[in-house]
Design a protein around this ligand. Structure first.
Ligand code: FMN
Length: 338
């Protein structure tokens, strides 16, 4: 097992993805079912310099009806933003990347990390971690098809065995040789999905092997303290904040302050929490019709109420709401806003 390194070198505070320069070394991860406009907007307001919507299928992305309907459209105030695509053939992925670029996304991110069985069966996402030549062919075709930066999201191997680890290193080294603009690595294997602890020592070794490539790490980054600690221990360039940001946009200013050696921001009051919850829900209600926002917002409510002193009772009320009015009434009751 490779031991993580404790770096002593002072690193620049920001993060570089090709021609995109960020002032802090973290971004909000692509989170299917979560990182829609509302979550992205809050993240940005709270100081996260770059966000990603959930992954888009290459075949859907190139579909003219989808393009016409503007399903993958982004707001003018959302830059810089990455567009993540997933697929199994280089031709369609290259076409999809062109669409993403033409829609105004600032970089293309290739998903070779998704562990969902249906995705693997269709030879997409994490499946390609055990097919390095096909993966690199996709990367190269995309690289040649667009002018914007191209990044990749990887897992730390398909499975934890010698052959899969060889594939992992081959993928990373070939991508770096061919000018990948960022490698984002989730420190679990595809087989591990979200179980067991992510192996951050692989991230440390990756940064040592590829010092000139932007490397960002992902896996169990649930607090600013852990994020700062992982970056320091491994020497990677940045962090991908994923589940840690669900119902918790305060993680961004907390992390920024810690990394800049500034005092921690004052924790949000109950009323300030309520303002954010209400605004988040109102944005979702604008974007999703017919009560869909209520169901979708429950996943956020569960996380938001963790900061409330009476979280169990708040959770019961927020989860029980069946209409927008009921939810707003519950927010008013517990947070005093609305
Ligand atoms: C509900 C959910 C949806 C996700 N969707 C995506 C996605 O669309 N694209 C992607 O690259 N990763 C996706 N991920 C993986 C995360 O970006 C991240 O790498 C992973 O959750 C590990 O980080 P964490 O343990 O800090 O959450 C998703 C994870 C979750 C839990």
């Amino acid at each position: 097992m490779i031991q993580p390194i404790e770096t002593t070198e002072a690193k620049p505070k920001g993060l570089k993805i090709g021609n995109i320069q960020l002032d802090v070394p973290f971004i909000q991860a692509a989170l299917s079912g979560y990182s829609d406009r509302a979550m992205r907007q809050l993240a940005r307001e709270f100081g996260c310099p770059l966000t990603l919507p959930g992954v888009m299928l290459d075949t859907t992305t190139v579909n003219p009806t989808v393009i016409r309907k503007g399903i993958n459209a982004i707001g003018d105030d959302e830059h810089p933003i990455g567009g993540q695509i997933m697929g199994s053939t280089a031709d369609v992925m290259a076409e999809a990347a062109k669409v993403i670029e033409s829609l105004g996304y600032d970089f293309v991110d290739l998903n070779f990390a998704c562990p969902v069985p249906k995705v693997l069966r269709r030879c997409r996402g994490g499946h390609l971690m055990s097919h390095p030549d096909e993966l690199i062919e996709i990367f190269q075709r995309v690289r040649d098809a667009v002018k914007c930066p191209v990044a990749m999201k990887l897992r730390a191997g398909f499975d934890r065995n010698d052959e899969d680890m060889e594939h992992f290193w081959k993928i990373c080294e070939m991508a770096a040789d061919r000018g990948v603009d960022m490698l984002a690595v989730h420190g679990r294997t595809v087989i591990q999905r979200y179980k067991s602890f992510p192996d951050w020592s692989i991230l440390a070794e990756l940064k040592q092997r590829l010092p000139n490539t932007t490397i960002i790490g992902s896996g169990n980054l649930f607090s600013s303290k852990v994020i700062a600690q992982k970056l320091k221990q491994t020497g990677v360039d940045g962090a991908l904040i994923a589940r840690g940001a669900i119902g918790n946009p305060w993680i961004f200013p907390e992390t920024k302050a810690l990394m800049n050696d500034e005092p921690a921001p004052t924790p949000p009051t109950v009323e300030e929490q309520g303002d954010v919850i209400l605004r988040h829900f109102n944005m979702m209600a604008e974007d999703y019709y017919g009560g869909k926002a209520i169901g979708m917002f429950r996943k956020f409510s569960v996380r938001y109420c963790r900061r409330h002193p009476e979280k169990n009772k708040v959770q019961v009320d927020l989860m029980a709401a069946e209409s927008a009015d009921e939810l707003r009434a519950a927010i008013k009751k517990w947070y005093g806003v609305g």
